[in-house]
Design a protein around this ligand. Structure first.
Ligand code: SF4
Length: 729
C-alpha cells in the first residue's frame, strides 16, 4: 500500500470516505451544492443532520434556478444509497468473476498490468475515456496523471458524444471555445430560435427562464419532431431530419434579400461575409423547399421574425451537435447571429446549450483535446507555459492532441490501443453502434472501469473495477452552460472503501511512481489554485476568483481575471455576464469568422427494406443518459414511461397494421429492439423516434461522425418497424 493511501485510510472517519471535508468548510445545517446532472447548474440546498445530508430543496436565492429544480435535481441524493454501489475494488479472477479485493492489491494489479501492456506495445497503447460528470479538479488530475505521469497520449471524454461540434464551431468562428451567453438572455430576447433542442424536457429550468421573459417573445422551434417545446412555440418548423443546414442557409439568403444585414457590425467585427453571401445565394426558396420539405412561406416567416426582432437569440443542442455536419450547422447559426448583429447585446447570441453538469470543465481543463486551460498541445510555447506552472519537464507533455473517442475505439480494433481506463462513463451502453463493443473491449490486455457502480454495462466487462464516490460525496467545481462556476461538496459518506476519484488518482500516481509530479495537487482546492494559474491570460481566465468560497456564491462566470474591472469578490460584479459586448473576438484579428460548407446527405438514408428515419433523443425529464443513476430512484422511474416506446406516425402505423400499444420490433441494419408503438403525429410521416436510455437503442444507430469534430451522429439512420412475433428476442 502506498504511503499516501495508507495515510488517507488511517485518518478515515468511520464510513465517511477518503477526502475529509476540510475543517474550515464542514457544512453547516444547510449547505449549497450545484446539481450533478445536467449543464444548467441549478443550486441545491442540502440539509444536514449531524453533518450528513438528509434532504434537499432547490436554492431560492441561486441566480440560475431561483427556487426550482427538475425531478432529477430533487432526487439527486437518492442514487448515493443504491444497493449496487461499488464498495470495494473488484478484480476478475481466473474463473471470470469479479471478486472483491483490497485497495493495495487493486493498485498493484493496476500498475503491473498497465505497465506490462505498455512495455509490450508502447506507452501510447494505453488510453483513457473520461466524463463530463466529475469535478474539474478531478478531470485535470486524471488528464495530467495519464499524460504527464503514465505516458499516455490518448484520452478523450464522453463530452465528445454531446459537445464536440459546438467546441469546434466556436473555436473556428470565435477563436476560442466560448459560449457567449448568460441565462438572462432567455428573458431579454424578443425572438428565441431553438434548433434541435427540446428544452422543456432536456433543460427544464432553462425553459422556465423563457417563461419569465416579459417581452412575450416569439419562440421558434426547428425540430423534425413536434416536441413538448415545439408545442409551446409560436412557430414550429419541422424540416426533414438532417436538412437543417440547407434551411439555415436559405434563411441567410432571405435575410440578405430583405436587407436585414447589420452592415456596420459585419464590417467592423467579422470576416468572410462577402464569400458567405455569395455561397448562400444558391439556396433559393425552391431548393430549400426541396431539401427540407418546408413550404417557402414557412422559411420566409422565420426570416421575417429574425429581421424584425430587436434582440434575437439562437440556441442549439444535441439535434445540431449530433450530426454528420454538426460543426457547419452550428456555424450556420453563428453566421445568422453575426450577419444580423445579434451577439454581445442582451437577449442575443449564438448559444450552444451544453449537456452534462461539467462538460465545460471538461472542454477547458480535462487535458484531452485541449492542453490544460484551453491551451494547444501542438504549441511549443503553450507546452512550456504549462510545464513551467506545473514544475515539470516540458518533454513530458505530448506535442499533439489525443485520438478522438471513435478513433480510440477503432484503435482497439486495430491493436493500436491495448489497455484502457474508463472513468465515470458507460460506453457499452451509450456509444454509437455499440453492438460489437463487448467483443472489442474483450480484446484489450487490460480494462479498468472506475465508477460509482459495479453494475454498469461497461463495468461488467472490466478486468478491474475501482469504486468511486459520487456527487455529494466529494469536493470540487463544475462549470455550467453559461460559463458559471459552481461548487460541489461532500455532504454524505461514500460507501465502504469507495474513494473520491481525486484520491483514486492520487493513489494511482503514488503506486505508479510518479506521485512526486503531483505533490502540489494535494486536494481539490489546491488544484483549483493551479487551474487558476493555468488559465492566466486565456479567454477563460479565472485568476480573479477568490477560491471556493467565492465560487459557492454562484456569482462567478468566466472570464474572471485578476485586476479586471469589477473582478474582485466584492459582490459588485454582475451576476450575469455575456461575452463580446465590445465586438472583439478571440481570433488573431479579433474578428468573428463566417464559415460555411455545402450540405451533404447523411451516410445512411431511408429506403428499400429500411424505409423509415430513426431519430433518437431524451425520453423524459426524469431520465439521464444511460440511467446509471436515475434508475436508482423509484420516484424518477415512476415519472418515466415504463418500458421502451417508439413514436410512429398514424400513416406509417396503418401501413403496417399497427395500433397504439402494439408490441413491435424496430430494426436497422445493425440490430433490433422490441418496443411498444406510440401512434402519434408528434413525429412526421416516415420518421420514428426512440428514447436513448434503453441499452439496446445504440446497438441500432449508424456510426457516422462529423468529420471536423468526430462527434457521433446519433440522430439519424434507416430503420423498419414491424409487429413483433413470438420468436423475436
Ligand atoms: Fe439538475 Fe439540470 Fe434538473 Fe437543474 S435542470 S435540477 S441542473 S438536472
Amino acid at each position: 500500500m502506498s504511503r499516501h493511501l495508507a495515510d488517507l485510510l488511517a485518518r478515515e472517519p468511520a464510513g465517511f470516505g477518503i477526502g475529509q471535508v476540510p475543517a474550515a468548510r464542514v457544512p453547516s445545517a444547510t449547505t449549497r451544492l450545484v446539481c450533478g446532472f445536467c449543464s444548467t447548474g441549478c443550486g441545491l440546498d442540502v440539509h444536514l443532520k449531524d453533518g450528513r445530508a438528509v434532504g434537499l430543496t432547490p436554492s431560492a436565492s441561486h441566480v440560475v434556478n431561483r427556487g426550482s429544480a427538475c425531478p432529477k435535481g430533487w432526487e439527486a441524493l437518492t442514487p448515493l444509497a443504491a444497493p449496487d454501489r461499488a464498495t470495494t475494488p473488484l478484480l476478475r479472477n481466473a474463473r471470470g468473476k469479479l471478486v472483491p479485493v483490497g485497495w493495495s492489491e487493486a493498485l498493484e494489479v493496476f500498475t503491473t498490468r498497465f505497465k506490462a501492456s505498455q512495455a509490450a506495445h508502447g506507452a501510447e497503447s494505453a488510453a483513457f475515456l473520461s466524463t463530463g460528470q466529475i469535478p474539474t479538479e478531478e478531470m485535470a488530475l486524471l488528464g495530467a496523471l495519464a499524460k504527464f505521469g503514465m505516458g499516455m497520449r490518448h484520452g478523450d471524454g464522453n463530452t465528445r458524444q454531446c459537445m464536440a461540434s459546438a467546441v469546434v464551431a466556436y473555436k473556428e468562428a470565435f477563436g476560442f471555445d466560448a459560449p457567449p451567453y448568460t441565462y438572462g438572455d432567455f428573458e431579454q430576447s424578443d425572438v428565441i430560435v431553438l434548433v434541435g433542442s427540446n428544452l422543456c424536457v432536456a433543460h427544464p429550468i432553462m425553459w422556465e427562464r423563457i417563461t419569465r421573459n416579459p417581452n412575450d417573445p416569439e419562440i421558434v422551434v426547428i425540430d423534425p419532431r413536434r416536441t413538448e417545446t415545439a408545442e409551446a412555440a409560436t412557430l414550429h418548423l419541422a424540416p426533414r431530419p438532417k436538412s437543417d443546414l440547407s434551411l439555415l442557409y436559405g434563411v441567410a439568403r432571405n435575410l440578405i434579400e430583405r436587407g436585414a444585414v447589420d452592415r456596420d457590425f459585419v464590417h467592423d467585427h467579422t470576416s468572410g461575409f462577402r464569400e458567405f453571401a455569395e455561397f448562400v445565394g444558391a439556396f433559393t426558396p425552391e431548393r430549400v423547399s426541396a431539401d427540407t420539405g418546408l413550404a417557402a412561406g414557412q422559411v420566409d416567416r422565420l426570416a421575417a421574425l429574425i429581421a424584425d426582432g430587436t434582440a434575437v437569440s439562437f440556441w442549439w443542442t444535441m439535434g445540431v451537435n449530433q450530426s454528420h455536419q454538426g460543426v457547419r450547422t452550428a456555424q450556420a447559426l453563428i453566421d445568422l447571429a453575426l450577419m444580423t448583429g445579434n451577439i454581445g447585446r442582451p437577449g442575443t447570441g449564438a448559444n450552444s446549450i451544453t449537456g452534462q453538469c461539467n462538460a465545460m470543465g471538461s472542454r477547458l481543463f480535462s487535458n484531452t483535446t485541449s492542453l490544460l486551460g484551453g491551451h494547444d498541445f501542438a504549441d511549443e510555447g503553450h507546452r512550456g507555459k504549462v510545464a513551467g506552472i506545473l514544475g515539470i519537464d516540458a518533454t513530458l507533455i505530448p506535442d499533439g492532441p489525443s485520438l478522438a473517442y471513435d478513433r480510440i475505439i477503432e484503435g482497439i480494433s486495430t491493436g493500436q490501443i491495448r489497455s484502457l481506463w474508463v472513468v465515470a462513463t458507460n460506453g457499452a451502453h451509450s456509444w454509437i453502434n455499440h453492438s460489437d463493443m463487448k467483443e472489442l473491449l474483450g480484446r484489450l490486455d487490460f480494462l479498468v472501469v472506475q465508477d460509482m457502480y459495479g453494475t454498469t454495462e461497461t463495468a461488467q466487462l472490466a478486468d478491474l473495477v475501482l469504486p468511486a464516490a459520487g456527487w455529494g460525496e466529494k469536493d470540487g467545481t463544475f462549470i455550467n452552460s453559461e460559463r458559471r462556476l459552481g461548487l460541489v461538496q461532500r455532504v454524505s459518506p461514500a460507501p465502504g472503501q469507495a474513494l473520491a476519484d481525486f484520491f483514486i488518482f492520487k493513489a494511482v500516481a503514488d503506486a505508479w511512481g510518479c506521485g512526486h509530479l503531483f505533490e502540489r495537487w494535494s486536494d481539490p482546492e489546491a488544484v483549483f489554485e493551479i487551474l487558476q494559474e493555468l488559465s492566466a491570460g486565456q479567454p477563460c481566465d479565472i485568476t480573479g476568483v477568490g477560491g471556493y468560497e467565492h465560487v459557492a456564491t454562484g456569482a462567478v462566470q468566466w472570464p474572471y481575471a485578476t485586476g479586471a474591472a469589477g473582478a474582485e469578490p466584492t459582490g459588485r460584479v454582475p451576476a450575469e455576464r455575456r461575452l463580446f459586448a465590445d465586438g472583439r473576438f478571440f481570433t488573431p484579428d479579433q474578428r468573428a469568422r463566417f464559415l460555411f460548407e455545402a450540405p451533404v446527405a447523411p451516410g445512411e438514408r431511408p429506403g428499400g427494406a429500411y424505409p423509415l428515419a430513426l431519430l433518437t433523443g431524451r425520453g423524459s425529464a426524469s431520465q439521464w443518459h444511460t440511467e446509471t443513476r436515475t434508475s436508482k430512484s423509484a420516484t424518477l422511474r415512476a415519472l418515466a414511461p415504463e418500458g421502451l416506446w417508439v413514436d410512429i406516425h398514424p400513416a406509417d402505423a396503418a401501413a403496417r397494421h399497427l395500433a397504439a400499444g402494439d408490441e413491435v420490433v424496430v430494426q436497422t441494419r445493425r440490430g433490433a429492439v422490441r418496443a411498444r408503438a406510440q401512434v402519434t403525429t408528434g413525429v412526421g410521416e416516415g420518421n420514428v423516434y426512440l428514447p436513448m436510455h434503453h441499452p439496446q437503442v445504440n446497438a441500432l444507430t449508424f456510426p457516422a461522425f462529423d468529420p471536423l469534430s468526430r462527434q457521433p451522429s446519433y440522430k439519424h439512420c434507416a430503420a423498419q418497424v414491424r409487429a413483433a412475433e413470438a420468436s423475436d428476442p
